[in-house]
Write a protein that binds this ligand. Structure first.
Ligand SMILES: Cc1ncc(C[n+]2csc(CCOP(=O)(O)OP(=O)(O)O)c2C)c(N)n1
Ligand SMILES: [Mg+2]
Length: 641
């Protein structure tokens, strides 16, 4: 039976319905955004399509973050806003998806075409009759844009938008004038599968095969693989670094297989964290350029063949590009999502999925016979600590590493948590969601909501398929999926920016763990700019734990953690391990405390790096001796050690 027959669709359906079915075929079942006059008929179609749901966010910016988080779990997210006011509110979120290679379909409900043609001064316009202005603004942060006007080809336009967002892993802008929502198309067009590069989710239509290459293309790939293998076989100290492109382009399984097959020392960048199993014997930790732990830095710096999979090579993955410059003279094999660079020689139009598939087929382990030594990746605090110590970041991350479970999805925020999480080893199948390149404060709460919806769907889907393919390339079974918890670490500063979205979590009975790091303001900034007026990094101290009353939650738990003993008691509590309710845990930390790895390395970096010395204020970090002189406005009475 065809898709249209299976779903008993009318012969002709509206383009809005067509769009909903196309998303449903990809198992994209939750749509984010806020209603507005110009998108209302479209939202009605979402409600009318079986299996689709409208999340209904508390504000637009958060909806864009949620869409981003959802997409990172499922390969694509869909966001609907209204003309002007709504669409402009999501720009920071959409730009973040652009920067971080996250596929998003952003649909904008536009005023009717007649109003546009007559240039009427409708509400939500700039009052100058320009109806293209917002489209123009958005076009620089989209890989493709389309306004749906043409009734004959509108279904093809919709297909192209979805294919572009999925294949390019970037935002796509799709404007639908409110009077165009009901353009009619043949439902049978839905029977033809979309043209997607990779599809790791079983669609309702059918499974897609691996891409078949023509002879010439196949030959070109063989040539490049020969070059890569030659470099690898002739090197003595190869290492693998996994960057963000691996998870975004859904080749985590291939990356992990390559790591296992080669046995080379392997690392992830902060943006690549969570994309490969950190428990394979040759996983050696997080590579953060010169901010890396000394033994990590030494291994990568002394390698004569650095293979970077899924390159993005952003600032924090390279620590201000140290890695990039230092390795200039070595055999660098940089595999980008759509190109390859071998020793600085670029080769365009090579898809990472195919490169990895061929590398796995052709790599011969017997040609690299050397045994590699590996390093201890676990960061253990230097002292044994008693329970009455007040908390410091260093200990927080160490304690949490004992509490994480396989499959956990850990969302962290720009600020200290995104750095802290890199200090610890993840359990198998744990996934990390953060935004280290774009770094928009407040992202994590919205993203956490998106992840919660995605996990909720993945659990339901697992009821249909006993074995389910996840976006990280793994196949897991029903039981594993039921156990996946969603854990958010968010700074108090970021919390004050985006906390409305907790209300959406409550509304949908979603059950995340939210760990709020209360250090009385913007600590990383306070630390880096210690010579300027510190009060600008302060925030109003809220009664955070009362928030669920405001949002009308019924099933929730709150805790305040002040000492190491409090933390240890919480993580050993068996009932706390089960994510059966929404939880907010306020963790009290000193105001100038940031993860020590970051602190110490930043100081050293600043002393050594020419790039940083040339950059005046941002990297104005204190010298070690100055740290103790910094004002400490720790919430609570007692002194931290
Ligand atoms: C949208 C946005 N506005 C401002 C900033 C600058 N900024 C960087 S971190 C930060 C807040 C950090 O405070 P918090 O979330 O409490 O994290 P902490 O540094 O205390 O760990 C801000 C405002 C930003 N990154 N994004
Ligand atoms: Mg803070």
């Amino acid at each position: 039976m065809t898709y249209a027959e299976l779903n008993r669709l009318q012969e002709r359906i509206s383009i809005a319905e067509y769009l909903c079915h196309r998303l449903r075929q990809l198992n994209i079942r939750t749509i984010f955004g806020l209603p507005g006059e110009f998108n209302m008929p479209l939202l009605d179609k979402i409600y009318e399509t079986d299996g689709m749901r409208w999340a209904g966010n508390a504000n637009e910016l958060n909806s864009a973050y949620a869409c981003d988080g959802y997409s990172r779990m499922k390969g694509l997210g869909c966001l609907v806003t209204t003309f002007g006011v709504g669409e402009l509110s999501v720009l920071t979120g959409v730009a973040g998806s652009y920067a971080e290679h996250v596929g998003i379909l952003h649909i904008i409900g536009m005023p009717p075409t007649s109003a546009q043609t007559k240039q009427l001064l409708l509400h939500h316009t700039l009052g100058n009759g320009d109806y293209n202005v917002f489209h123009r603004i958005a076009s620089d942060i989209a890989c493709h844009t389309q306004i749906l006007n043409d009734s004959e080809f509108c279904f093809q336009h919709v297909d192209t938008c979805i294919e572009m967002a999925w294949n390019e892993q970037k935002p796509v802008y799709l404007g639908i004038p409110v009077n165009r929502v009901h353009m009619m198309v043949e439902s049978s067009y839905l029977n033809k599968p979309l043209n997607l590069d990779t599809i790791n989710f079983k669609s309702d239509t059918n499974d897609h095969d691996t891409v078949v290459l023509n002879e010439e293309t196949s030959h070109q790939y063989d040539e490049i693989i020969n070059m890569i293998l030659k470099k690898i076989y002739t090197s003595e100290r190869p290492v693998i670094v996994v960057d963000a492109g691996v998870i975004r382009h859904q080749i985590t399984k291939e990356a992990e297989d390559f790591i296992k097959l080669t046995k080379f020392p392997s690392f992830v960048t902060p943006m690549g964290k969570g994309s490969v199993n950190e428990n394979v014997p040759n996983f050696d930790g997080v590579f953060v350029g010169s901010l890396s732990r000394p033994n990590v830095k030494e291994l990568v710096d002394n390698s004569d063949c650095v293979i970077v999979l899924g390159c993005l090579l952003a600032e924090f993955s390279t620590s201000t590009f140290h890695f990039y410059y230092k390795t200039k003279s070595k055999n660098k094999i940089l595999i980008y999502p759509k190109s390859v660079k071998i020793k600085n020689l670029p080769f365009a139009d090579y898809k990472i999925e195919i490169i990895m598939e061929k590398l796995l087929q052709r790599y011969d382990p017997s040609k690299t016979v050397r045994k590699f030594s590996h390093i201890d990746t676990i960061n253990v605090p230097r002292q044994t600590l008693s329970n009455d110590y007040l908390l410091k970041q260093e200990w927080v991350w160490h304690e949490f590493s004992k509490w994480f479970k396989p499959g956990d999805v850990i969302v962290t925020e720009v600020g200290s948590s995104a750095f802290g999480i890199n200090q610890i080893k993840f359990p198998p199948r744990a996934q990390s969601i953060s935004q280290p390149l774009w770094g928009s404060s407040g992202y994590s709460i919205g993203a956490c909501l998106g992840v919660l919806f995605a996990i909720d769907e993945l659990k339901q889907e697992s009821g249909l398929n006993t074995n389910l393919n996840l976006p990280n390339g793994e196949t897991i079974n029903l039981k594993d999926l039921q156990d996946r918890r969603v854990i958010l670490f968010v700074g108090d500063g970021a919390f004050q920016i985006s906390m409305q979205e907790l209300s959406t979590m409550v509304r949908w009975n979603l059950t995340p763990y939210i760990f709020l790091l209360n250090n009385a303001g913007y600590s990383v900034d306070r630390f880096m700019n210690h010579k300027s007026n510190l009060s600008k990094f302060d925030i109003q101290p809220w009664n955070y734990l009362n928030i669920f009353d405001i949002f009308g939650a019924l099933n929730f738990e709150t805790r305040k953690i002040v000492t190491l003993g409090d933390l240890r008691e919480m993580i050993s509590d068996e009932t706390f391990k089960i994510d059966d309710k929404i939880r907010l845990v306020e963790i009290i930390l000193p105001s100038t405390d940031i993860p020590p790895e970051l602190l110490e390395k930043l100081i050293r970096e600043r002393q050594q790096s020419k790039v940083i010395k040339e950059s005046p204020r941002y990297f104005d970090t204190p010298q070690s001796s100055e740290v103790s002189e910094m004002e400490d406005i720790t919430p609570g009475d007692s002194k931290h050690i």
